[in-house]
Ligand binder design. Sequence first.
Ligand SMILES: Nc1ncnc2c1ncn2[C@@H]1O[C@H](COP(=O)(O)OP(=O)(O)OP(=O)(O)O)[C@@H](O)[C@H]1O
Ligand SMILES: [Mg+2]
Length: 227
Amino acid sequence: MKSKRKKISYPGFFISFEGGEGAGKSTQIRHLVKYFTHHKIPVVLTLEPGGTAIGSKIRELLLDPKHTELKPRAELLLYLADRAQHVEEFILPALKAGKVVITDRYADSSNVYQGICRGLGLEWAMALNDYATQGLYPDLAIVLDLPVKLGFSRMKQRVLDRMEREKHSFHNKVRRGFLHLSQKYPKRIQVVNAAQTEDEVRAEIQKWVIDRIRKSKENLIWKKLQK
Ligand SMILES: Nc1ncnc2c1ncn2[C@@H]1O[C@H](COP(=O)(O)OP(=O)(O)OP(=O)(O)O)[C@@H](O)[C@H]1O
Ligand SMILES: [Mg+2]
């Protein structure tokens, strides 16, 4: 289904971090926040599910390992309800105020986890995402790509949530799903090899972010980055 919505315009810049479990999203987001702060560019950090008060309640429903009976369609719709609230209450106002918004997971996670891996269909996930987000996709989605085993070994002993407890084959499918999506939408999704050292990953992400901000528009953020 093609979107009939007009692209929302804003002076800010929207970045999502995607990928499998333990790929280094939180680590790299911290580096990127520091980078923007260093350049005196207003930046806000958020996450899905759970970026709002309503969202944190939805997060509890989604990630509680006890909720084994949750059905795929209900799972998708809960993620989308969280996202709809997140976009309207938090993300869009920040972008309209000219801020850089960095989110730990966004629409591509639903496209991959529910659309592809739960078998609900990528077309459905994308159409419903379009509705939930009012057509707002990130200016740049960074996919941190890592072999599943390495991701889980990095997570060490921490308690796993409902999604993380899925089988190894599910997580392999997640990895392939993100790679498939990035090949389909190369302009907005950038894969980064997360098996590199933390600093190498940081430098590569910074390079892609600068490149995309430069290409996106002659905006205030780009001017500040050059100072
Ligand atoms: N490039 C790297 N090389 C080795 N270890 C790393 C690297 N990046 C992050 N780590 C370590 O791997 C662990 C997981 O990283 P992090 O929490 O950033 O991943 P995540 O993608 O946010 O995971 P989660 O799916 O749990 O949210 C942390 O202990 C972190 O210090
Ligand atoms: Mg994390």
